[in-house]
Design a protein around this ligand. Structure first.
Ligand code: HEC
Length: 150
């Protein structure tokens, strides 16, 4: 009888240890997940303040642009479309006749190539995730590849 009880005790001790080790795994996973989502938020925040500093004066706070002067980023095919073309708008600037959301523009956008690859990735991710746009993120490595090609 006593033997049985001590066996039971040892078994339940193992069980408790097992539960504890699982719990610490879960809390680790939870902590990593939390850290990642905070980093993602930081990158959007960085993109927002870079946009305010470098793009807002022309494209406006809400990305709506100025009719016949500065095209809108809001729901624009350029902002939501091909990443290489979009990255090149910042690296090389843009001039000549273009069409944005059904309107023609023939203006000059100065190149923004003084921005780092990370800054460009943050700004472009910000504009692709805001202003009613819905496109995937742009990564610094992608900017580096396009910059390398020149
Ligand atoms: C000095 C004003 C000015 C600044 C600053 C500026 N742009 Fe532009 N941008 C323009 C003009 C003008 C055009 C249209 C050029 C043309 O007509 O060919 C344009 C075109 C664009 C386009 C393609 C068309 C569209 O509206 O989708 C994108 C995308 C864009 N700009 C993003 C940006 C981003 C991001 C920044 C900040 C890093 C920025 N621009 C800074 C003036 C500016």
């Amino acid at each position: 009888m006593l033997k049985n009880i001590s066996r039971l005790l040892i078994l339940s001790l193992f069980f408790v240890f097992f539960l504890l080790s699982q719990a610490s795994n879960y809390s680790k996973a939870f902590a990593t997940g939390f850290k990642l989502s905070n980093e993602a938020k930081d990158s959007t925040k960085a993109g927002e303040s870079l946009y305010i500093k470098h793009c807002l004066q022309c494209h406006q706070k809400d990305g709506s642009g100025v009719p016949n002067m500065f095209p809108p980023i809001m729901k624009s095919d350029w902002a939501n479309g091909d990443k290489i073309k979009l990255i090149n708008v910042l690296l090389k600037g843009l001039n000549g006749d273009i069409e944005v959301s059904g309107d023609q523009y023939s203006q000059v956008m100065p190149k923004q190539d003084y921005l780092t690859n990370t800054e460009i990735a943050q700004i472009l991710t910000y504009i692709r995730r805001n202003f009613g746009n819905d496109a995937d993120a742009v990564y610094p490595e992608e900017v580096a590849t396009v910059r390398g090609k020149k």
